[in-house]
Write a protein that binds this ligand. Structure first.
Ligand SMILES: *Cc1c(COP(=O)(O)O)cnc(C)c1O
Length: 440
């Protein structure tokens, strides 16, 4: 195991390095989530290839050169970029492009868990496999857990997933899942995160890392790479609904690499980031000009607000906003603005995009579309501007029609206030089982 880790690190060192954004030092531990000095900062990859070569793989691994893995994890889907005729006409925009991450066979995109979280799961699991890590533990309220479950089901790579009990109906896979240890926790997403932190610290397990995981961000960055490669340039404006903002940070980082490449323009796309009212902590802090979220001001009555939104994947209470290299830095460096969207606007936008583009979209993507509508009426974008709307999820209706879905059974259900001892011994038994001895 140790030898394999060293070999993994040497390989990684030729293709890319990982640096702390704050301190600038190269981070040696291959799967570290923070530098050794403990800076409150994201780490970032730095690739040897300055010009982006395209690789002959379908899906996201076309951009393998700028992903922190050696080999593709196949089969895999990817994002697709297309010019929107319908929505563009409706909004009077001549250069509106949609990046679609989901299941849309007519557009040739096959992310079968339905959202761009799959772009994070694929390189994350491949990287852990190559470097020889332990089993990743993922806490999720829905789309992330489903994405990791789906890739685990398709590849046999083991994962531990911790979700709030009521998220269970949203977890399914399109192939039988054999290597998933699923823990349901009574309570909300925050309770699931707490329980997952405890589990991730057990021998044989590791935290997947969320926004701090460079594989996750570079995976999501393929949205910007695909848009630039498909249209020949970076967009002027990038629209996305954010919960953690990881996708927005990733789009900004990918754009910085594209500037350095030199073939896709010199200006970073302006970031138009969107949250769903009444839960809008980042929008509130940004408009107040602050780099820190103050919970009492920016998310008062958080539980009530979270219960009212149409898109609960946008309700992260602890996003990487003020951290070095995070959302605030991205916004100040690239320029941009933030929007709050009411459910009523989001529902209207969902209908608009379904009629214009012929596909159902994730509620989060509807919220992003509603912000574009707001921006057009406020002259925030001009009719000729190149705009990229990130439709971060969709095609669920088609997935249900075309594919067979397998629901997931919890390996253990944690009752309110239950001691974790039982869960830990079941997990240990699973980890030492013959079918699953960690990722090799
Ligand atoms: C998670 C998610 C988002 C928000 O993404 P972040 O950039 O991580 O905040 C948006 N849309 C969908 C469909 C998601 O699953």
């Amino acid at each position: 195991m140790e030898d394999q880790r060293i070999a993994g690190y040497k390989r990684m060192n030729r293709k890319y390095r990982v640096r702390c954004v704050e301190g600038g030092e190269v981070v040696k531990a291959p799967l570290a989530l923070q530098c050794a000095s403990g800076h409150d900062s994201l780490l970032r990859t730095e690739y040897a290839r300055k010009r982006l070569p395209l690789q002959p793989y379908p899906g996201m691994f076309r951009y393998l050169a700028w992903l922190p893995v050696d080999r593709p994890l196949l089969p895999s889907g990817g994002p697709v970029t297309f010019q929107s005729a319908g929505l563009g006409r409706e909004l009077g925009l001549k250069n509106l492009f949609i990046s679609f991450s989901g299941y849309f066979p007519e557009r040739n995109t096959y992310l079968t868990s339905g959202s761009f979280k799959e772009l994070e799961a694929l390189p994350t699991l491949q990287r852990i496999k190559e470097i020889g890590g332990r089993i990743p533990v993922i806490a999720s309220a829905g789309n992330t857990g489903r994405a990791f479950a789906e890739i685990s089901a398709k590849t046999g790579l083991p994962v531990v997933i911790v979700v709030p009990e009521r998220a269970l109906p949203r977890l399914w896979t399109t192939a039988p899942a054999r290597e998933i240890f699923l823990i349901t926790v009574s309570g909300d997403y925050t309770d699931a995160i707490e329980f997952s932190n405890m589990v991730a610290a057990l021998p044989g397990c590791m935290p997947e890392g969320g926004a701090r995981n460079v594989a996750r961000r570079d995976g999501m960055g393929t949205v910007m790479l695909d848009a630039a490669v498909t249209t020949g340039r970076m967009p002027d404006h990038y629209f996305q609904a954010i919960g953690s903002g990881t996708g927005a940070i990733a789009a900004w980082e990918a754009a910085m690499r594209l500037v350095r490449d030199g073939r896709f323009g010199v200006r970073l796309p302006r970031l138009h980031l969107v949250q769903n009212e009444p839960f809008t902590p980042m929008v509130s802090a940004w408009w107040a000009g602050r780099s820190q979220i103050i919970p009492d001001i920016d998310m008062p009555d958080a539980s009530t607000a979270v219960a009212q939104v149409m898109s609960d994947v946008l309700t992260n209470r602890n996003p990487p906003y003020g951290i070095r290299g995070g959302v605030y830095d991205a916004m100040t460096n690239a320029g941009g603005t933030m929007y709050g969207v009411a459910n009523r606007e989001g529902h209207a936008a969902a209908l608009l995009i379904r009629e214009a583009e012929g596909i159902d979209v994730d509620p989060a993507a509807a919220v992003a579309t509603a912000a574009l509508v707001q921006s057009v009426s406020a002259d925030g974008v001009a009719p000729d501007d190149h705009i990229l709307l990130n439709v971060t999820g969709g095609g669920y209706e088609r997935i249900r029609e075309d594919l067979s879905l397998f629901s997931l059974d919890p390996s253990v259900r944690i009752a309110p206030g239950e001691d974790p001892g039982r869960a830990i011994s079941l997990l240990n038994a699973w980890m030492t089982g013959t079918s699953c001895q960690g990722i090799r």
